[in-house]
Design a protein. Sequence first.
Length: 306
Amino acid sequence: MKKKYILAIDLGGTNLKIGLLDLRYKIIFKHILNTRKLSRKEQMICAIVSSIDNIIKEHNLKKESILGVGLGVPGPIDAEKGLVHYLPNIPGWKEVNLKRILEKRLNLPVALDNDANVMALAEFRLGAAKGSVNAVCLTLGTGVGGGIIIDGTLYRSKTFAAGEIGHIPINETGPKCNCGGVACTEAYVGNTRIKAAAKRIFGKDIPLEELSALAKRGNRKALNLWNKIGERLGIGLVGVVNLLSPDCIVIGGGVANAGKILFDKVRAVILERAMKVQARHVKIFKSKLGNDAGLIGAAVLIKEGI
């Protein structure tokens, strides 16, 4: 039977997304679960398996028509073995061979990679980085992940651990990061840290959407906070720009929805602090594929056998 479909999973610190795509990466169906309600590893795996089984049943699919299952996971992995070393923002995962587990339970081919790597694949093939040669992609959510494209190829390194831009330290001392490091970029600009900072400033819980809306209406406290976030993210990216001199940096994830105030500050910091040749060359883009980048990238992973 001709292969017509790909199943894709985007596992994040906040949401678990499961999608059905065709071979042109069009999303036919998408299902979203709250990751925080799936606190144990086995709960998460069962939710993935049952969601995929339900999609197959509800869409009356034959497994012979499915090319495979692609996954993006938020942590260091061994893409060759399908091994999840650990997930910094989701407890209970340590040296889990997720590929083997899912292939056994689903009876379908499975490929997985770091979520920022699959986002980078999506943006490079179909999104904001299309047409570039060298690109860096960031996901700004519960964590801060990075994916690197060099000479048109996803760069993983021998350990499959390259691209952890969120864990570049930007200060000598500072808050402890979930990765075990100190003063990592993620420890300042991950969404849980931003929400905590907003609560200290405003004295109450404020969703990121509301914080962005306040800034757009000219609220001084919100503007100052987003400027500080943009400054810290920009500082983290200065080293990346100087080291790699990418054609573009693509920023996605929930935090990126702050929009102009965040991006303007990041661009200004890079222009001011990066080396001049690299700073003039690099372009900073918002993710074109938005919240669907993870699913699309996971589908690219399985279709292209990367």
